[in-house]
Design a protein around this ligand. Sequence first.
Ligand SMILES: NC(=O)c1ccc[n+]([C@@H]2O[C@H](COP(=O)([O-])OP(=O)(O)OC[C@H]3O[C@@H](n4cnc5c(N)ncnc54)[C@H](OP(=O)(O)O)[C@@H]3O)[C@@H](O)[C@H]2O)c1
Length: 306
Amino acid sequence: MKAVRFSRFGGPEVLEIVEVARPHAGAGEVRIAVRAAGVNASDWKKRAGLMDQELPQTLGYEAAGVVDEVGEGVSTAQVGDRVFGFATSGAAQAESAVLSYFAPIPESVSFVDVAALPAALETAARALEQLGVRSGETLLISGASGNVGGAAVQLAVAQGVRVIGTAGPANHEFLRALGAEAVSYGEGLVERVRAIAPDGVDRALDVAGSGVLPELVELVGSAEQVVTLADFDGAQKFGVRFSRGDGGRALHVIDEIGGLIESGRFTLPEVRTFALADVAQAHRVGEEGRVRGKLVLVNDPVDQRD
Ligand SMILES: NC(=O)c1ccc[n+]([C@@H]2O[C@H](COP(=O)([O-])OP(=O)(O)OC[C@H]3O[C@@H](n4cnc5c(N)ncnc54)[C@H](OP(=O)(O)O)[C@@H]3O)[C@@H](O)[C@H]2O)c1
Protein backbone atom coordinates (compact mmCIF):
# COMPACT_ATOMS: atom_id res chain seq x y z
CA MET A 1 0.00 0.00 0.00
CA LYS A 2 1.02 3.62 -0.42
CA ALA A 3 2.12 5.69 2.58
CA VAL A 4 3.72 9.07 3.26
CA ARG A 5 7.29 8.77 4.49
CA PHE A 6 10.56 10.69 4.73
CA SER A 7 14.02 9.16 4.99
CA ARG A 8 15.98 12.35 5.70
CA PHE A 9 15.10 15.60 7.45
CA GLY A 10 14.51 18.74 5.43
CA GLY A 11 11.91 20.75 3.52
CA PRO A 12 8.68 19.43 1.97
CA GLU A 13 10.72 17.93 -0.87
CA VAL A 14 11.92 15.10 1.41
CA LEU A 15 8.37 13.70 1.60
CA GLU A 16 7.80 10.61 -0.53
CA ILE A 17 4.94 8.29 -1.33
CA VAL A 18 6.37 4.79 -0.83
CA GLU A 19 5.08 1.22 -0.96
CA VAL A 20 5.00 -0.38 2.49
CA ALA A 21 3.43 -3.55 3.91
CA ARG A 22 -0.24 -3.21 4.86
CA PRO A 23 -0.47 -3.19 8.68
CA HIS A 24 -2.73 -5.50 10.72
CA ALA A 25 -5.05 -4.68 13.59
CA GLY A 26 -3.76 -5.88 16.96
CA ALA A 27 -5.86 -6.55 20.04
CA GLY A 28 -8.35 -3.75 20.64
CA GLU A 29 -7.58 -2.10 17.28
CA VAL A 30 -9.24 -1.83 13.88
CA ARG A 31 -7.70 -1.40 10.47
CA ILE A 32 -9.41 1.03 8.10
CA ALA A 33 -9.22 1.73 4.42
CA VAL A 34 -8.27 5.37 4.89
CA ARG A 35 -10.52 7.87 3.13
CA ALA A 36 -9.09 11.00 4.78
CA ALA A 37 -6.23 11.78 7.18
CA GLY A 38 -5.45 15.04 8.99
CA VAL A 39 -2.21 17.02 8.65
CA ASN A 40 -0.86 18.75 11.77
CA ALA A 41 1.81 21.32 12.65
CA SER A 42 3.79 18.49 14.26
CA ASP A 43 4.10 16.88 10.81
CA TRP A 44 6.39 19.61 9.47
CA LYS A 45 8.23 19.87 12.79
CA LYS A 46 8.95 16.11 12.55
CA ARG A 47 9.90 16.37 8.88
CA ALA A 48 12.35 19.19 9.71
CA GLY A 49 14.00 17.03 12.41
CA LEU A 50 12.73 19.13 15.33
CA MET A 51 11.03 16.18 17.06
CA ASP A 52 11.77 12.42 16.85
CA GLN A 53 15.20 11.67 15.50
CA GLU A 54 14.68 8.22 14.00
CA LEU A 55 14.56 7.68 10.24
CA PRO A 56 12.64 6.81 8.17
CA GLN A 57 9.37 8.13 9.62
CA THR A 58 5.78 7.76 8.55
CA LEU A 59 3.24 10.47 9.42
CA GLY A 60 -0.36 10.86 10.52
CA TYR A 61 -2.10 10.59 13.89
CA GLU A 62 -5.72 10.88 12.78
CA ALA A 63 -7.84 9.35 10.05
CA ALA A 64 -11.33 8.40 8.96
CA GLY A 65 -12.33 5.47 6.80
CA VAL A 66 -14.06 2.10 6.53
CA VAL A 67 -13.14 -0.80 8.81
CA ASP A 68 -11.67 -3.74 6.89
CA GLU A 69 -10.06 -5.72 9.73
CA VAL A 70 -11.06 -6.03 13.38
CA GLY A 71 -8.55 -6.94 16.08
CA GLU A 72 -9.09 -9.40 18.91
CA GLY A 73 -11.46 -8.22 21.62
CA VAL A 74 -13.07 -5.41 19.61
CA SER A 75 -16.84 -5.41 20.09
CA THR A 76 -17.65 -1.82 19.12
CA ALA A 77 -16.91 -1.99 15.38
CA GLN A 78 -17.41 -4.39 12.48
CA VAL A 79 -16.00 -4.68 8.98
CA GLY A 80 -17.76 -2.07 6.82
CA ASP A 81 -18.34 0.47 9.62
CA ARG A 82 -17.41 4.15 9.09
CA VAL A 83 -15.08 5.14 11.91
CA PHE A 84 -12.57 7.85 12.77
CA GLY A 85 -9.91 8.10 15.41
CA PHE A 86 -6.29 7.97 16.45
CA ALA A 87 -3.44 6.03 14.88
CA THR A 88 -1.05 6.18 17.81
CA SER A 89 1.64 4.42 15.75
CA GLY A 90 1.66 7.60 13.65
CA ALA A 91 1.15 6.17 10.16
CA ALA A 92 -2.35 7.32 9.22
CA GLN A 93 -1.32 9.16 6.02
CA ALA A 94 -1.54 5.99 3.95
CA GLU A 95 -4.03 3.78 2.12
CA SER A 96 -4.60 1.69 5.27
CA ALA A 97 -4.14 2.58 8.92
CA VAL A 98 -4.56 0.88 12.26
CA LEU A 99 -6.63 2.90 14.72
CA SER A 100 -5.94 2.30 18.39
CA TYR A 101 -8.88 4.45 19.57
CA PHE A 102 -11.89 5.04 17.38
CA ALA A 103 -15.55 6.07 17.31
CA PRO A 104 -18.38 5.81 14.78
CA ILE A 105 -18.67 8.69 12.30
CA PRO A 106 -21.89 10.66 12.91
CA GLU A 107 -24.40 10.05 10.11
CA SER A 108 -24.37 13.65 8.87
CA VAL A 109 -20.57 14.05 8.76
CA SER A 110 -18.18 13.28 5.87
CA PHE A 111 -14.89 11.39 6.09
CA VAL A 112 -13.02 14.61 5.31
CA ASP A 113 -14.71 16.70 7.98
CA VAL A 114 -14.32 14.10 10.69
CA ALA A 115 -10.66 13.36 9.84
CA ALA A 116 -9.96 16.99 10.71
CA LEU A 117 -11.06 16.55 14.30
CA PRO A 118 -9.25 14.00 16.51
CA ALA A 119 -5.89 15.68 17.15
CA ALA A 120 -7.24 19.21 17.65
CA LEU A 121 -10.13 17.95 19.79
CA GLU A 122 -7.93 15.75 21.95
CA THR A 123 -5.45 18.57 22.49
CA ALA A 124 -8.19 21.03 23.41
CA ALA A 125 -10.04 18.60 25.71
CA ARG A 126 -6.81 17.59 27.47
CA ALA A 127 -5.79 21.19 28.10
CA LEU A 128 -9.25 22.10 29.44
CA GLU A 129 -9.16 19.07 31.76
CA GLN A 130 -5.68 19.98 32.98
CA LEU A 131 -6.91 23.51 33.67
CA GLY A 132 -9.89 22.10 35.56
CA VAL A 133 -12.18 24.73 34.07
CA ARG A 134 -15.78 24.56 35.33
CA SER A 135 -19.21 25.80 34.32
CA GLY A 136 -19.75 29.44 35.27
CA GLU A 137 -16.04 30.33 35.17
CA THR A 138 -14.35 32.74 32.77
CA LEU A 139 -11.61 31.31 30.55
CA LEU A 140 -9.21 33.31 28.40
CA ILE A 141 -7.82 31.51 25.33
CA SER A 142 -4.82 33.05 23.58
CA GLY A 143 -4.91 31.96 19.94
CA ALA A 144 -8.59 30.98 19.87
CA SER A 145 -9.24 31.08 16.11
CA GLY A 146 -7.04 28.17 14.98
CA ASN A 147 -7.82 24.46 14.89
CA VAL A 148 -6.97 23.74 18.52
CA GLY A 149 -8.22 27.11 19.78
CA GLY A 150 -11.54 26.81 17.94
CA ALA A 151 -12.08 23.34 19.39
CA ALA A 152 -11.19 24.58 22.90
CA VAL A 153 -13.62 27.50 22.58
CA GLN A 154 -16.49 25.24 21.58
CA LEU A 155 -15.83 22.50 24.16
CA ALA A 156 -15.61 25.10 26.92
CA VAL A 157 -18.74 26.97 25.79
CA ALA A 158 -20.62 23.64 25.67
CA GLN A 159 -19.62 23.13 29.33
CA GLY A 160 -21.14 26.48 30.31
CA VAL A 161 -17.87 28.39 30.52
CA ARG A 162 -17.63 32.08 29.55
CA VAL A 163 -14.82 32.23 26.95
CA ILE A 164 -12.80 35.26 25.93
CA GLY A 165 -10.62 34.46 22.93
CA THR A 166 -7.82 36.34 21.22
CA ALA A 167 -7.60 36.44 17.43
CA GLY A 168 -6.64 38.73 14.58
CA PRO A 169 -9.43 41.23 13.75
CA ALA A 170 -10.44 39.26 10.65
CA ASN A 171 -11.38 36.32 12.89
CA HIS A 172 -13.40 38.16 15.55
CA GLU A 173 -16.75 37.47 13.89
CA PHE A 174 -15.76 33.82 13.50
CA LEU A 175 -14.93 33.59 17.22
CA ARG A 176 -18.25 35.17 18.16
CA ALA A 177 -20.03 32.60 15.99
CA LEU A 178 -18.31 29.88 18.04
CA GLY A 179 -19.66 31.43 21.25
CA ALA A 180 -16.61 33.38 22.50
CA GLU A 181 -16.07 37.07 23.15
CA ALA A 182 -13.27 38.27 20.89
CA VAL A 183 -10.32 40.53 21.69
CA SER A 184 -7.23 41.29 19.63
CA TYR A 185 -3.85 39.97 20.66
CA GLY A 186 -0.80 42.25 20.93
CA GLU A 187 0.14 45.18 23.14
CA GLY A 188 -2.56 46.22 25.61
CA LEU A 189 -4.04 42.72 25.95
CA VAL A 190 -4.33 42.90 29.76
CA GLU A 191 -6.29 46.17 29.60
CA ARG A 192 -8.58 44.93 26.81
CA VAL A 193 -9.44 41.76 28.72
CA ARG A 194 -10.00 43.68 31.99
CA ALA A 195 -12.34 46.05 30.18
CA ILE A 196 -14.72 43.21 29.25
CA ALA A 197 -14.11 41.07 32.36
CA PRO A 198 -13.84 43.55 35.25
CA ASP A 199 -14.49 40.74 37.76
CA GLY A 200 -11.44 38.89 36.51
CA VAL A 201 -10.52 35.77 34.58
CA ASP A 202 -10.42 32.38 36.34
CA ARG A 203 -8.12 30.42 34.02
CA ALA A 204 -6.15 30.91 30.82
CA LEU A 205 -5.05 28.65 27.98
CA ASP A 206 -2.17 29.61 25.70
CA VAL A 207 -2.61 27.92 22.33
CA ALA A 208 -0.63 30.33 20.15
CA GLY A 209 2.65 30.21 22.08
CA SER A 210 3.22 33.85 21.23
CA GLY A 211 5.04 34.86 24.42
CA VAL A 212 2.05 36.09 26.44
CA LEU A 213 2.41 33.87 29.52
CA PRO A 214 3.32 36.81 31.84
CA GLU A 215 0.13 38.64 30.77
CA LEU A 216 -1.99 35.51 31.22
CA VAL A 217 -0.54 34.91 34.72
CA GLU A 218 -1.17 38.56 35.58
CA LEU A 219 -4.80 38.31 34.45
CA VAL A 220 -5.65 35.12 36.37
CA GLY A 221 -3.42 35.95 39.35
CA SER A 222 -1.51 32.62 39.49
CA ALA A 223 0.65 30.48 37.20
CA GLU A 224 -1.25 27.41 38.44
CA GLN A 225 -4.38 28.49 36.57
CA VAL A 226 -2.56 28.74 33.23
CA VAL A 227 -1.70 25.97 30.74
CA THR A 228 0.29 26.39 27.53
CA LEU A 229 0.25 24.08 24.52
CA ALA A 230 2.96 25.80 22.52
CA ASP A 231 5.42 27.79 24.68
CA PHE A 232 7.80 25.24 26.19
CA ASP A 233 10.49 27.74 27.22
CA GLY A 234 7.98 30.21 28.65
CA ALA A 235 6.38 27.42 30.68
CA GLN A 236 9.72 26.69 32.39
CA LYS A 237 10.45 30.36 32.93
CA PHE A 238 7.09 31.37 34.40
CA GLY A 239 6.14 28.15 36.24
CA VAL A 240 3.23 27.37 33.90
CA ARG A 241 2.21 23.81 33.00
CA PHE A 242 3.08 22.70 29.45
CA SER A 243 0.49 20.24 28.17
CA ARG A 244 1.76 17.36 26.05
CA GLY A 245 0.11 14.20 24.82
CA ASP A 246 2.49 11.77 26.45
CA GLY A 247 1.24 12.89 29.87
CA GLY A 248 -2.17 11.19 29.26
CA ARG A 249 -4.48 11.86 26.35
CA ALA A 250 -8.16 12.87 26.41
CA LEU A 251 -9.04 10.33 23.70
CA HIS A 252 -12.60 9.94 25.02
CA VAL A 253 -13.55 13.29 23.46
CA ILE A 254 -14.14 11.60 20.09
CA ASP A 255 -16.91 9.48 21.67
CA GLU A 256 -18.69 12.65 22.75
CA ILE A 257 -18.25 14.91 19.74
CA GLY A 258 -20.94 13.28 17.57
CA GLY A 259 -23.63 14.41 20.02
CA LEU A 260 -22.31 17.97 20.06
CA ILE A 261 -22.14 18.11 16.25
CA GLU A 262 -25.62 16.69 15.74
CA SER A 263 -27.14 19.04 18.33
CA GLY A 264 -25.52 22.05 16.60
CA ARG A 265 -23.17 22.82 19.49
CA PHE A 266 -19.96 22.08 17.60
CA THR A 267 -19.20 23.69 14.24
CA LEU A 268 -16.86 21.72 12.02
CA PRO A 269 -13.70 23.54 10.95
CA GLU A 270 -13.09 24.67 7.41
CA VAL A 271 -11.11 22.03 5.56
CA ARG A 272 -8.73 22.21 2.63
CA THR A 273 -8.08 18.88 0.92
CA PHE A 274 -5.06 17.53 -0.93
CA ALA A 275 -4.57 14.17 -2.61
CA LEU A 276 -2.23 11.89 -0.63
CA ALA A 277 0.35 12.31 -3.42
CA ASP A 278 0.30 16.09 -2.87
CA VAL A 279 1.34 15.91 0.79
CA ALA A 280 4.37 18.16 0.14
CA GLN A 281 2.05 20.92 -1.08
CA ALA A 282 -0.08 20.53 2.06
CA HIS A 283 3.07 21.05 4.16
CA ARG A 284 3.99 24.18 2.18
CA VAL A 285 0.54 25.66 2.72
CA GLY A 286 0.49 24.70 6.42
CA GLU A 287 3.95 26.05 7.13
CA GLU A 288 3.09 29.40 5.58
CA GLY A 289 0.38 29.58 8.25
CA ARG A 290 -1.96 31.70 6.17
CA VAL A 291 -4.89 29.31 5.83
CA ARG A 292 -7.67 29.21 8.37
CA GLY A 293 -8.92 25.69 8.86
CA LYS A 294 -7.55 22.24 8.66
CA LEU A 295 -5.48 20.48 6.01
CA VAL A 296 -6.67 16.98 5.15
CA LEU A 297 -5.19 14.37 2.77
CA VAL A 298 -7.68 12.28 0.82
CA ASN A 299 -7.31 8.92 -0.88
CA ASP A 300 -10.35 9.20 -3.09
CA PRO A 301 -10.88 12.80 -4.14
CA VAL A 302 -13.93 11.81 -6.21
CA ASP A 303 -16.30 10.69 -3.46
CA GLN A 304 -15.60 11.33 0.20
CA ARG A 305 -19.12 10.99 1.56
CA ASP A 306 -20.44 7.45 1.19
N1 LIG B 1 1.22 20.49 23.13
C1 LIG B 1 0.43 19.76 22.36
O1 LIG B 1 0.04 18.63 22.70
C2 LIG B 1 -0.03 20.31 21.03
C3 LIG B 1 -0.90 19.57 20.22
C4 LIG B 1 -1.36 20.15 19.02
C5 LIG B 1 -0.92 21.41 18.63
N2 LIG B 1 -0.03 22.08 19.45
C6 LIG B 1 0.45 23.41 19.05
O2 LIG B 1 -0.62 24.33 19.17
C7 LIG B 1 -0.37 25.42 18.28
C8 LIG B 1 -1.65 25.76 17.52
O3 LIG B 1 -1.96 24.71 16.63
P1 LIG B 1 -3.18 24.87 15.63
O4 LIG B 1 -3.25 23.61 14.82
O5 LIG B 1 -4.41 25.32 16.33
O6 LIG B 1 -2.65 26.05 14.70
P2 LIG B 1 -3.44 26.98 13.67
O7 LIG B 1 -4.74 26.35 13.30
O8 LIG B 1 -2.46 27.32 12.62
O9 LIG B 1 -3.79 28.29 14.52
C9 LIG B 1 -2.85 29.20 14.91
C10 LIG B 1 -3.59 30.44 15.38
O10 LIG B 1 -2.67 31.28 16.06
C11 LIG B 1 -3.18 32.58 15.97
N3 LIG B 1 -2.13 33.55 16.21
C12 LIG B 1 -1.10 33.90 15.42
N4 LIG B 1 -0.33 34.82 16.06
C13 LIG B 1 -0.91 35.03 17.28
C14 LIG B 1 -0.59 35.85 18.40
N5 LIG B 1 0.48 36.66 18.40
N6 LIG B 1 -1.40 35.77 19.48
C15 LIG B 1 -2.48 34.98 19.52
N7 LIG B 1 -2.83 34.19 18.48
C16 LIG B 1 -2.05 34.21 17.38
C17 LIG B 1 -3.78 32.72 14.59
O11 LIG B 1 -4.89 33.57 14.76
P3 LIG B 1 -5.34 34.67 13.68
O12 LIG B 1 -5.37 33.95 12.35
O13 LIG B 1 -6.70 35.05 14.15
O14 LIG B 1 -4.31 35.76 13.72
C18 LIG B 1 -4.17 31.26 14.25
O15 LIG B 1 -5.57 31.12 14.23
C19 LIG B 1 0.81 25.00 17.39
O16 LIG B 1 1.99 25.63 17.88
C20 LIG B 1 0.90 23.51 17.60
O17 LIG B 1 2.22 23.02 17.42
C21 LIG B 1 0.40 21.56 20.63
